[in-house]
Design a protein around this ligand. Structure first.
Ligand code: SAM
Ligand code: SF4
Length: 345
């Protein structure tokens, strides 16, 4: 089959084999056709509205040592911070009440201070604001995930990073791919919406493993998928490697939309870090979510996952206003509901 036939098959059946995915991912001439097809399927299944999720990066303290990440524990150059419960709540309140955001995302490194009791306390308080709540705080036990759910959390983001187990174990020393997969199963058991995803362009990651990643998303029936290019950080062991490209990241994202047509897919910040219009291009290639950062600039610069992550000279309110203009410029509007995954397939 040529690439047009493969894309038509994906649009009609939402299924492609690994070989077919590899074929489309390796073909350098099919990007635009793929992006247009994903845009059509996105419009058909999740509509033209874009869900904004206000991201609060509440601590950059991490016990893990992921080789790609600027927050890794061995990066001693990084100034570490942890917001207080009151500071976190104030940011959430501003995002919900003044900015009108309907989802708050709490993200952090894997620190020990925010234990189950403290997290549940924060979750309950934020849930008084009439918002959906997403957590992205790393690997926990089933009973912790259940406690977050009981406290009112709705969703959880935990990227599998790659389904290539050898690569995962090389890049995430001291961690286990199987344990991470177990966490995704536990999140489902706990009744939370499950978000996962990968980085594209990790050293040693090939096209075949990205095809496996997309099939993995379908296999676990993910509710959300975040895909972003790997961007090398100078203070990590992967400094000096080349990073992922915007084109390949968008292709993986577009194929994910074709195979999981009704899920939520963010236009990720890492895409914007590679090109000024990266997020807009993503919104026109299958994405339907943006996670504007509502963390105050004083702290934002220390949540330094990769270079170019945040424009710390623009206030959260001004960058949100610019984002609203950008969204209007492509004829899309902002959703006013909570943006849960509405299953249609
Ligand atoms: N600590 C939690 C975890 O690992 O699940 C949540 C926060 S973690 C910083 C969020 C995501 O940032 C990771 O899942 C990873 O995919 C992404 N990330 C880290 N370093 C990156 C890099 N150098 N380039 C692109 N994305 C990166
Ligand atoms: Fe920590 Fe998450 Fe960064 Fe890994 S990716 S070092 S767990 S913050």
């Amino acid at each position: 089959m040529n690439y047009n036939d493969l894309i038509t098959k994906a649009v009609q059946t939402h299924f492609l084999s690994k070989d077919e995915l590899v074929c489309l991912l390796s073909d350098t001439s099919c990007s635009d056709a793929l992006f247009n097809a994903a845009d059509t399927v996105r419009r058909q299944y999740v509509g033209d509205q874009i869900h904004l999720r206000g991201l609060i990066e509440f601590s950059n303290i991490c016990r893990n040592n992921c080789c790609y990440c600027g927050l890794r524990r061995d990066n001693h150059k990084l100034t570490r911070y942890r917001l207080t419960e009151d500071e976190i709540f104030a940011l959430a309140e501003h995002a919900a009440t003044d900015l009108g955001l309907k989802t708050i995302v709490l993200q952090s490194g894997e620190g020990l201070y925010f234990d189950q009791k403290r997290m549940c306390h924060i979750i309950k308080k934020i849930k008084t604001l009439d918002v959906a709540l997403t957590l992205s705080i790393g690997e926990k036990t089933l009973s912790e995930y259940q406690a977050y759910k009981n406290a009112g959390a709705n969703r959880f983001l935990l990227r599998i990073e790659t389904t290539n187990k050898d690569l995962y174990h090389r890049l995430d020393p001291g961690m286990s791919w199987q344990a991470r997969k177990q966490c995704l199963d536990d999140l489902r058991l706990a009744g939370l919406e499950v978000g996962t995803g990968i980085m594209v362009g990790l050293p040693g990651q090939d096209i075949a493993s990205m095809a496996d990643d997309i099939l993995f998303f379908k296999d676990i029936k993910a509710d959300m998928i975040g895909i972003g290019p790997f961007i090398p950080h100078p203070d990590t062991p992967l400094a000096g490697n080349s990073g992922g490209t915007l084109d390949l990241s968008l292709k993986v994202m577009a194929l994910t939309r074709l195979l999981l047509p009704d899920i939520n897919i963010p236009a990720t910040t890492a895409m914007e870090a590679l090109a000024p219009s990266g997020q807009l291009k993503a919104l026109q290639s299958g994405a339907n979510v943006i996670m504007p950062n509502v963390t105050l600039n004083d702290y934002r610069k220390f949540y330094d996952l990769y270079p170019g992550k945040s424009s710390t000279n623009v206030s959260p309110d001004n960058s949100l206003a610019a984002l609203r203009d950008k969204i209007a410029s492509i004829g899309r509007s902002i959703a006013t509901d909570y943006g849960f995954h509405q299953k249609k397939v």
